[in-house]
Design a protein. Structure first.
Length: 74
């Protein structure tokens, strides 16, 4: 296995884990009492995080499929 393929696999896993960070931060903005801000402001900050999280799910799916399930003749 080349070092480039190993790097791609590690970065795919890291980017997949970041999805949980985006959704977790959106959850904190929406439902937590830690953020003392107006409800509209919390929704304004949480909405892009949710949208970006869903976008990253699609990209992660493509990268996982490419890096882990495609066959290569190395």
């Amino acid at each position: 296995m080349s070092s480039r393929r190993l790097y791609d696999k590690v970065m795919t896993i890291v980017s997949t884990l970041m999805i949980f960070f985006y959704f977790g931060l959106a959850y904190i903005f929406l439902f937590s009492s830690i953020i003392n801000a107006d409800k509209a402001l919390r929704i304004i900050f949480a909405s892009p995080l949710l949208l970006y999280g869903f976008y990253r799910i699609v990209l992660s799916y493509q990268k996982i499929k490419e890096n882990f399930f495609d066959t290569y003749d190395d």
